[in-house]
Ligand binder design. Sequence first.
Ligand SMILES: Nc1nc2c(ncn2[C@@H]2O[C@H](COP(=O)(O)OP(=O)(O)OP(=O)(O)O)[C@@H](O)[C@H]2O)c(=O)[nH]1
Ligand SMILES: [Mg+2]
Length: 197
Amino acid sequence: MAVIKYASGEIICKIVYYGAGRSGKTTNIKYLYSRIPNKRKTDMISLATKEDRTLFFDFLPVELGNFKGFKARLQIYTVPGQVIYDSTRKLVLKGADGVVFVVDSQRDRFEDNKWSWDNMFENLEDNNIKIDDLPIVLEYNKRDLEDITPIEELEEQLNHGKYPSLSSTATQGIGVIKVFKTIGIAVLKKVKENLGE
Ligand SMILES: Nc1nc2c(ncn2[C@@H]2O[C@H](COP(=O)(O)OP(=O)(O)OP(=O)(O)O)[C@@H](O)[C@H]2O)c(=O)[nH]1
Ligand SMILES: [Mg+2]
């Protein structure tokens, strides 16, 4: 649930980019960082290995401006996708108001996506986050590559048509902003409901 600070007039929402190792989570938020105007962002923090794998998380704070008389702030995080970092993933997911699940569309990555998808629901449950109430958006990434699973198959085998889904090629910035807007709007809609409107 978003944090509402009445004293300082702020609403703080947390969006987490989740998904298998190398699916493209960090690439997404690096692209967002490059596109968001300076006055709306502070520095991005990345904790990564020298091979550029996320070690703990990436963090990007964004100011959305006025929302229902509050200053709306989004905190965007990515988790480390590598299987071994499960306790870190759980920690980063804590208090999430919305999740973008980044899928690596390459055929040979299907099982890793599936593992991460199931792992996300386990970690949401362990964090006592109400899944039925949580905005989730699927991002089918790496659509520029050759041997990829068709969208219909991913929809059927992963999403079961349940959550909004979009395609992307994060390295070229294609689809990244649209995904971010989709999750942002869904999260703010929930905040509005919680404010009693
Ligand atoms: N061809 C292609 N490569 C991509 C795309 N998105 C990301 N990549 C590449 O995939 C690799 C991994 O991307 P990252 O963004 O670091 O992946 P991650 O999900 O943050 O990985 P972890 O931090 O290990 O969980 C990098 O070499 C990216 O350049 C895409 O849309 N197309
Ligand atoms: Mg990363």
